[in-house]
Design a protein around this ligand. Structure first.
Ligand SMILES: *[C@@H]1O[C@H](CO)[C@@H](O)[C@H](O)[C@H]1NC(C)=O
Ligand SMILES: *[C@@H]1O[C@H](CO)[C@@H](O)[C@H](O)[C@H]1NC(C)=O
Ligand SMILES: *[C@@H]1O[C@H](CO)[C@@H](O)[C@H](O)[C@H]1NC(C)=O
Length: 222
């Protein structure tokens, strides 16, 4: 008897349609249940995978929506020196950058903000700003000042561009803010994120206020 009972078990584990002993009472529908169970199993797997994907998308959305909604603008910019002589750049650039946190229930800890200024993809200015906390639905203004001198080699196209811009008095300077932020929702603080804001293609005039309507929006990058 023991041997005979063993046989269906082995059969079941080999994937044939012989029902395992505990389903013995329903042996008449055995083979159809196997098919049905497989279908059920497949549906469960598909459902679970779909649920996990949905959950993942939801989490990503919940995390990135608040970052995406943070808007930066360069509100004021004043360039009083931009002199490139003997491969040394002497510069004096001040800017106000407004950061708006429009999220209703989320505050933002700016644990680290570094402002950088670039000319033809070369960094010439750096400033570490004071960390701060920004409440929900609030706007903060960052005062950025880049002043000093920095070795900067301009060759070929870059030199041509500089000479053209020197003539026009309008310089293509890019600003970048690299940040480390945490969100605060109620009393919960999230992990750190490291978004980067690029304010590209600013055309900054020397010793003049910029023309209204010039591109002053900054874009988020990861
Ligand atoms: C640029 O800097 C050089 C070296 O300091 C100086 O001799 C020159 O006058 C400056 N040019 C302008 C337009 O400020
Ligand atoms: C930035 O804003 C402050 C306060 O409104 C102002 O005093 C300052 O001149 C601004 N900076 C620039 C570069 O315009
Ligand atoms: C925004 O921040 C300023 C300065 O921290 C604060 O005085 C003001 O109450 C805040 N506004 C809101 C709506 O939280």
């Amino acid at each position: 008897m023991g041997d005979q009972k063993q046989a269906p078990l082995n059969g079941a584990s080999n994937g044939t349609s012989i029902p395992p002993p505990k389903h013995g009472r329903r042996s008449g529908r055995g083979s159809r249940c196997g098919c049905c169970c497989l279908l059920k199993f497949l549906l469960t797997v598909i459902f679970t995978v779909a649920l996990l994907i949905g959950l993942f998308i939801l989490i990503v959305w919940l995390i990135f929506r608040p970052i995406n909604r943070v808007k930066l603008h360069v509100t004021d910019v004043v360039l009083t020196q931009f002199n490139h002589t003997d491969n040394i750049l002497r510069f004096n650039l001040a800017a106000n950058i407004s950061i708006r946190n429009p999220n209703k229930k989320i505050g933002i800890h700016y644990d680290r903000i570094e402002a950088k200024a670039f000319y033809v993809d070369q960094r010439f200015g750096y400033q570490a700003l004071t960390p701060f906390y920004q409440g929900h639905k609030n706007t903060s203004v960052l005062n950025v000042v880049f002043k000093g001198q920095q070795p900067l080699t301009l060759q070929g196209e870059d030199l041509t561009q500089f000479n053209q811009e020197k003539t026009s008095g309008l310089y293509s300077i890019a600003l970048e803010l690299s940040m480390r932020i945490r969100f605060k929702v109620g009393k919960v603080k999230t992990v750190r994120f490291r978004p980067k804001m690029d304010c590209d293609d600013l055309k900054i005039p020397l010793n003049k206020s910029p023309v209204a309507g010039s591109n002053n929006k900054c874009e988020l990058k990861f």
